[in-house]
Design a protein around this ligand. Structure first.
Ligand code: ZN
Length: 277
């Protein structure tokens, strides 16, 4: 697989899902040293890399020298999903715009200008051994050697509607675009007041967030019946992309979230369960 960038620059603006504040994003074509997605905010340059993650409580936040960029995961998922390995993302604002709440708006905007193959091989991390990390409340992520990129996510909540959803996805750009990228963020109706009180979710609304009530999805129709678990796969791809590599192997994630994705990636990179090709 070759590295890839955008053909031309892409400009986007919108409200951050947590801050509710307007921000501007300009994605530039680039050839970055070794292949990388690099954010620029003010004078700071922040590489999209696990070492620069500064918060994972409700979204993945990158930061350096007191400057941070919130909620990078949907954009990083979109870039990974369509094979973009090199870009410079200039941001004016605190948070990546939520746009439609999924990765689809990013994918569509990039596809409109097109992508360009670079004459460098992409860096690949390949699972060679079984490896597992565990998190709170029985959650875990485990990986197995495989010749493809397979993701299996299971979400499970103590909630009458969302007791369990599971989905398997074998990665390809086409399937990502159709089956994963359009899946929007979800939240539970009962949690909204608490989120808002904590200063989160201020840019959320019922077009961009799937709101789950006791009897089911409140803002019908969803884009998919199992939209929440598809969104979990979308988030996982965005968080795993912070390795800086293309990933080959099978990942199984049970009740995972940003914190566990982050913990998994850190420990996996320190392990001997992979090879770089
Ligand atoms: Zn998300």
């Amino acid at each position: 697989m070759k590295r890839k960038t955008l053909k031309r620059r892409v400009e986007l603006e919108g409200f951050g899902i947590h801050t509710g504040k307007l921000s501007y994003l300009i994605m530039h074509p680039a050839i970055n040293d070794g292949g990388a997605i690099i954010f620029r905010k003010g004078k700071e340059t922040i590489k999209a890399h696990i070492d620069n993650v500064v918060d994972v409580r409700f979204a993945t936040v990158l930061g350096i020298n007191g400057q941070s960029i919130r909620t990078v995961e949907h954009l990083l998922s979109a870039l990974y999903g369509i094979g973009i390995t090199d870009a410079i993302i200039e941001i004016k604002g605190e948070e990546v715009p939520a746009l439609d709440g999924s990765a689809k708006s990013f994918v569509d905007a990039i596809e409109e200008v097109g992508t360009e193959s670079l004459d460098y091989p992409a860096k690949i991390i390949k699972v060679t051994k079984y490896f597992k990390v565990t998190g709170e409340k029985g959650s875990f992520i485990e990986v197995f050697p495989s010749e493809t990129t397979e993701i299996e996510c299971i979400i499970s909540y103590d909630h009458p509607y969302l007791k369990k959803q599971e989905k398997r996805f074998t990665f390809s750009e086409d399937v990502y675009k159709k089956e994963i990228a359009p899946a929007r963020t979800y939240c539970f109706y009962e949690e909204i007041a608490h989120l808002l009180k904590s200063g989160l979710g201020r840019g959320g609304n019922n077009r961009i967030v799937v709101v789950i009530g006791k009897d089911g999805i409140i803002n019908k129709p969803p884009r998919f019946e199992d939209e929440p678990v598809r969104h979990k796969i979308l988030d996982l791809i965005g968080d795993i992309a912070l390795s800086g590599y293309r990933f080959i192997g099978k990942i199984k994630a049970y009740k995972s979230g940003h914190a566990l994705h982050n913990k998994f990636l850190k420990e996996f990179l320190k392990s001997d369960a992979y090879t770089i090709i």
